[in-house]
Design a protein around this ligand. Structure first.
Ligand SMILES: Cc1ncc(COP(=O)(O)O)c(C=O)c1O
Length: 391
């Protein structure tokens, strides 16, 4: 079975994790160079990075504007930092936050806008810059967990704001097994971030268990093995490894303050070198899907956008669950990424009761299906044939 996601990890990466030849500092320097920024500061998760960033920016007590269509952990990090999330609906012709609505949500107490390039689609930097110029008291934080170095008309999104946050777990475009990163060109902020990080986090050690985890995950997500893994997953037996939220809770993983170590850094350095190849392949596969599905699913296809990095290639269909089940029966796993509207979730409902409406986000939640985009051309052809057969 072809899984919906698989990190671009090979035997040499797993060996590098066990060897642990690189330091976290070297990973930070390599990542900063890749992103064209002066500073990169490593964390165990993107959400930990976000919390420490909000503390370093002294945002406690302030309102933070974020998309309603995003990963729920971003909202968790806001609340657990003592801030108030202000959710904004999605744009009508894409997946990102509606920037007019984001600007309308700004008050005197707004501390920051979290600008997310969701699924790798670059946020409109021209409009974002204009908003920032009109509201100088509002910080811009780029959430690059899906986009990494996505570009808006040739301008990398991560450089447009005080700082950018990245997630580096194995479901991301590039990975350091576990991990998160902040990049910034602001030397004072970088210094504060390092001081806070070193004060808050405990050391992660050499990370042999994390090297084993990487080996196990890469094996489990290899298509021949994944057939069995999927059966086990469908029985709910590995829920504790794959379920990342509980509708009623605002929480963090138990190890969110345990810093990454040499195993993660060694994989991270290798992934920085592989980055261009990873993105290149995703762009080629997205273009292939776009062309190959033009007849069968003309209106379901997402836009092809220059500068997008396609962390996910998402179709919009009337019956996403039906499509996921039919594809699974034919050996293709499709995803239902972000099938929830964060402000509708039980943990956020009261907090967000005067915000919204979130009609466009709900439409996305009820229609998106993500295709495997890590695949090679032969596997992509199988995905397309399967979708043709179903539709
Ligand atoms: C859009 C977005 N932002 C932030 C994060 C947080 O990253 P992490 O899981 O490393 O905390 C995620 C996680 O998947 C995400 O999808």
């Amino acid at each position: 079975m072809i899984p919906r996601l698989r990190p671009a990890i090979g035997a040499a990466d797993i060996a590098a994790a066990f060897k642990g030849g690189k330091s976290v500092e070297e990973f930070e320097r390599t990542f900063a160079t890749l992103m064209g920024q002066s500073h990169a500061i490593a964390f165990p998760y993107g959400r930990t990075a976000q919390m420490v960033l909000m503390e370093a920016m002294e945002l406690k007590g302030r309102e933070i504007i974020l998309p309603a269509y995003t990963c729920v952990v971003v909202a968790h990090a806001i609340v657990l930092s003592g801030c108030k999330p202000v959710f904004v609906d999605s744009e009508t012709d894409g997946f990102n936050m509606d920037l007019d609505k984001a600007e309308a949500a700004i008050t005197a107490n707004t501390g920051a806008i979290i600008a997310t390039s969701i699924h790798g689609y670059p946020v409109d930097l021209d409009r974002l810059d204009a908003i920032a110029a009109r509201h100088p008291h509002v910080e811009i934080i780029q959430d690059c967990a899906h986009s990494f170095a996505a570009e808006w008309h040739g301008r990398p999104v991560q450089k447009h704001g005080r700082a950018a946050i990245f997630g580096l777990n194995i479901s991301k475009l590039m990975t350091s097994i576990f991990g998160g990163m902040i990049t910034t060109d602001d030397a004072d902020l970088a210094e504060r971030l390092r001081a806070l990080r070193d004060h808050r986090l405990e050391g992660g050690g050499r990370g042999v268990s994390r090297a084993f985890y990487l080996g196990a995950a890469a094996t489990a997500l290899a298509p021949p093995v994944f057939t069995l893994v999927k059966r086990i997953a469908d029985l709910g037996l590995i829920d504790r490894f794959v379920r990342y939220y509980d509708e009623t809770l605002i929480d963090m993983p138990a190890n969110h303050l345990v810093q990454i170590g040499r195993a993660e850094a060694s994989v991270g350095v290798r992934q920085c070198a592989a980055y261009c190849g990873i993105i290149d392949r995703r762009r080629r596969i997205a273009a292939f899907y776009d062309q190959a599905l033009a007849d069968a699913l003309p209106d379901a296809r997402p836009p092809l956008v220059d500068g997008a990095t396609y962390s996910h290639y998402v179709l919009r269909v009337a019956d996403p669950e039906g499509l996921v089940s039919a594809a699974a029966r034919r050996g293709i796993e499709l995803g239902r990424l972000i099938d929830y509207c964060v402000p509708d979730m039980m943990a956020y409902r009261d907090m967000a009761s005067t915000q919204g409406p979130f009609d466009q986000t709900r439409r996305l939640n009820a229609s998106v299906v993500n295709l495997p985009v890590w695949v090679n051309k032969t596997q992509a052809r199988r995905v397309v044939e399967t979708l043709h057969a179903i539709t």
